[in-house]
Design a protein around this ligand. Sequence first.
Ligand SMILES: O=c1[nH]cnc2c1ncn2[C@@H]1O[C@H](CO)[C@@H](O)[C@H]1O
Ligand SMILES: [Zn+2]
Length: 350
Amino acid sequence: MAYNRTHDWLTRLPKVDLHLHLDGSVKPETILEIALDQGIDLPVYNKEGLIPHMRVGDECGSLIEYLSKFDFTTRFMQSGEALERIAYEVAQQSAEHNCKYVEVRFAPQLHRNNGLTVEETIHYVVEGMKRGQRDFGVKAGVIAICMRNHSCESNLEVIRAAAKFVGKGVVAVDLAGDEASYPPEWFREVFAESGRLGIPVTIHAGEAAGAVNVYEAVTNLGAVRIGHGVRLKEDTDILELVKDRRIPLEMCPISNIQTKAVSGWEAYPIREYLEQGLLVTINTDNPSVSGTDITNEYRVLSDRFGFTEPELVRLVMNGVEAAFMDESDKLLLRREMEAEINSLGMGLLS
Ligand SMILES: O=c1[nH]cnc2c1ncn2[C@@H]1O[C@H](CO)[C@@H](O)[C@H]1O
Ligand SMILES: [Zn+2]
């Protein structure tokens, strides 16, 4: 590939990733090792052969098709050891992309086939992230996910367990899964509990259904951030509300194109959102399902939308602003990142 100055610069740019699913971030070689260790059958026994089972192709037609890939990976994520290891490896992969802070999300109820409790699953993921933080210097937070196709009772169990880890690794709760079939208003009771317990909320909304889901998430589920929000552009009033409240959007460009949240890149609203003053952040969603990484997300945006380096820096720093971090830690992260960005020789923050 020809030398591209911005591509090279993006590799070195310090970044953050606020929207990354643990079960969408598993390395094929790790699946292979866990399967051999635990005697789980595999369709093939080499890492290249596993990739098609884990990753969507260009032909992916919908979020539902995209989500089908997770049935494969979660089979190998049923022990404390596997969860700890995969969380640790997320920190390692983040460090490889000069990602300084990562929020890793996972759905505890999907990892209980071999008898782990909800709290145990959270414990192991938090431990893996902490070990990763020690070894690779990547700061991390964990987000516990409620699933749209799970019962209210099972989601309440997640919220209550997550509450016990607030201040000890867990930073928020989320709602994920098939958005078109399970509207957010069905989960008011679940997120009323997170409100009572004082846990911050982010909700996947405006991805596989319209802007009205963003409205519901913000006004009735207590969301202070929105996962994706790609379809927010369909309703000006709701867009204004999100803008006025400074609610960050966790956009995940490659994933959003694959799940057909929009028809294609020409309809991807990122530049208009940024110009309209929305707090847009760039994230990976699922590196192993989408075949991406955080540097690649920025590269694709710079190529497709002609973002300048100062604009790319702004997207990164929006991520810092949106992080579920206390203000003193955020200030430290911001200073560290600004110093590193300035040392890249661009003087971009002057
Ligand atoms: O982009 C997405 N939209 C909605 N749900 C998702 C997305 N990516 C992953 N998951 C869902 O979240 C679960 C826990 O990590 C995954 O198993 C998948 O079902
Ligand atoms: Zn997601």
